[in-house]
Design a protein around this ligand. Structure first.
Ligand SMILES: [Fe+2]
Ligand SMILES: [Fe+2]
Length: 226
């Protein structure tokens, strides 16, 4: 197993507003075009910064995992836009769903299906991808939270990137005070080696590095009373 030369997110310079400023220079102009068109539909579950973070990790994982960038990056950017197509009532139910697996599964399936429909409209407007690519991107999005196993390397990279968000300080700051949200260091560490959780070994290593860093920064902030 190769040990990655990976540096965790530097929270002294990371802009947490979710606008895309942290990833802008890493995206090609067509990818940035998708980002900007999707921006108003992002982070609708009160998880500001999620879409940007997932796209950031997808870019990082592409350094270590062989996968088609033309599929991975649009899918990462757009994977959760389905939440924007749901009603206020449905979105409002989500915190309750953390203790109700049937409801949680229903809401997750809804955002996956809505997302797959929505991205077709959005990608067609940017003429980004040929029909085949859109089908693959939709295939990843429709099932990204609930599917067992991975469809492809591209599916693996996108879903690893989505899960890596949980190991960040951004996630801890949002969900740390939400009852029943899995945010303890022990819970998160236990997920890393769970069979079928991560697709790639690179994601496991990044998760360990980000987890250590997140809790180190968090403890320092608490010591300073911030
Ligand atoms: Fe999702
Ligand atoms: Fe997500």
């Amino acid at each position: 197993m190769t040990i990655l030369n990976y540096t965790p997110i530097d929270y002294t310079i990371w802009n947490p507003d979710g606008s895309g400023s942290n990833i802008k220079t890493s995206l090609a102009s067509k990818e940035w075009d998708i980002w900007m068109r999707a921006l108003e539909y992002q982070d609708k579950r009160g998880d500001s910064g999620h879409a940007e973070c997932v796209t950031y990790f997808a870019l990082k994982l592409l350094d270590y995992v062989t996968a088609e960038r033309a599929i991975v990056i649009p899918a990462a950017i757009l994977h959760d836009t389905g939440w924007s197509q749901m009603t206020k009532e449905e979105l409002g139910m989500f915190h309750d769903a953390l203790t109700n697996p049937t409801l949680e599964n229903k809401l997750r399936k809804r955002h996956e299906e809505q997302g797959a429909l929505f991205v077709e409209k959005l990608l067609n407007t940017v003429y980004y991808a040929a029909g085949g690519d859109i089908t693959l991107i939709r295939g990843i999005i429709n099932g990204h939270d609930t599917r067992e196993g991975f469809l492809s390397a591209e599916d693996g990279v996108v879903r690893d990137a989505d899960k890596l968000f949980r190991f960040t300080l951004i996630h801890l700051n949002i969900y740390g005070s939400v009852p029943n949200a899995p945010t303890s260091k022990e819970d998160l560490a236990a997920h890393i080696n769970k069979p079928g959780f991560f697709y790639s070994d690179a994601a496991k290593q990044i998760a360990r590095i980000e987890l250590e860093h997140t809790f180190k920064v968090h403890e320092e902030m608490q010591r300073r009373g911030r």
